[in-house]
Structures are given as structure tokens and as C-alpha cells.
Design a protein around this ligand. Sequence first.
Ligand code: NYM
Ligand code: MG
Length: 213
Amino acid sequence: GNGSLGGRGALIVLEGCDKAGKSTQCRLLVEALKKAGKPCHLYAFPDRTTEIGKVIDEYLRCTKNLSDEAIHLLFSTNRWEVMPKIRELLLNGESVVLDRYAFSGVAFSAAKGTLDLAWCMGPDVGLPQPDLVCFLNLSKEAASKRGDFGRERYEKTEFQDKVKSIFLKIQDPAYWKIIDADRTKEEVQSELFQLSIAAVDTSENKPILKLWD
Ligand code: NYM
Ligand code: MG
């Protein structure tokens, strides 16, 4: 069990390009884990509700411009600002499901071509390393069938292709699983649930490692 007597909770991340179905799958996953008796919480990055998150929201809606470096650091700060809470939950035996994490931070910023990959990784070094990252891999064909992109910054096919190639470059086999997101919602859900239950069970007695350390 993952109660107060047992070990820590698992840090589970869903990553992927825009339209891959992450937010829906995160919701379904948290519900399913709770039903299975695993306490867990959902957080999404960017968290647009904080002061920094509001600036990020304006940037994404293109009502504000910032240098590539400045917005990159704000996305990272937006993770660090909730980390004490997330760490506390994990240590208390509760699992945390994240809708995006530092991998999105690096992939979207580095895809611009103006920033060095190692520089992009720097600010997120030392965040808790996830126990499981599920990369929702959507093919170009399936992506185009899902209809048009929204109107936010980055929501362009060519840019998303670059983002995907960086995601695949920074993947670490220690925790990274590539999930075929072209399948039905139910099929994807079922695989994510199985992988997550296994991660919850095997993480209990492991220390929380530092990302990219
Ligand atoms: N994004 C997200 C970044 O550029 N850097 C980050 O660190 C994170 C977490 O924000 N296109 C980008 C990816 C998305 C956009 O995300 C908004 P969402 O999940 O659509 O709210
Ligand atoms: Mg979006």
C-alpha cells in the first residue's frame, strides 16, 4: 500500500506534442489510479494560475512577447514553484501525475533553433526525476485527422515536428516509454494504467532521484 506507513508515491509524467491527448489521458489515469486504491494528484505544466503562469499564458496566447531565454526560464520557474508541494505529496505516499514536465520545457524551447540544448536543460537540473514518462507518440497522419491546431504559439505542424525530434533525443530509457497514441482512447488508457500501477508499486522504496544530475 501507499499509505502513511509505506513508501513514497510515484512521479508519473505524460509528455508529447500538442493534440496527442495528454490532458484527457491524465484525467482518466488519475481516476483509474484512485479507483485502484492509489492516492494520486494531477498537476499540469504550465500551471497558468500562478503569477508566473499568468505571464506564460499571455506569451502563449501571443498577447505578450518575451525573449526566448526569458520565457524558457519562466516555464522552468513555474515548475520549481510547485515542487515543494509535489515533493511533500510523494514523500507522504501519494502519487503525482504530471501533464507535461521539463521535457516539454526543453523540446519546445530548443525547437526554436536559437537556444543550445544543454543550456535549455540547465534550469531544470535537480528537479525530481520521474519514475515513469509516457511519451504519447502521435503520427502525422493521426494528428491531421484530429483537426486543426488551436491558435496558441507553437501550434504549427513544422514546429511540432522539430519538437518531437527533440523529445526523442532527450529520452532516457531509465524511465521513458513510447506510447502509440494513434490508437483509441481506451487502448491508450489501458496501457498507461498498467505502466503506472507498475511504477507506483516499484517506486515505493526507491529514493527520489534528481533529473539530469
Ligand atoms: N510548453 C510547455 C513550453 O513551451 N515549455 C514548457 O516548459 C511547457 C510545460 O506550452 N504548446 C508549451 C507546450 C504547449 C504550451 O501547453 C501549452 P498546454 O499543455 O497546451 O497547456
Ligand atoms: Mg495546448
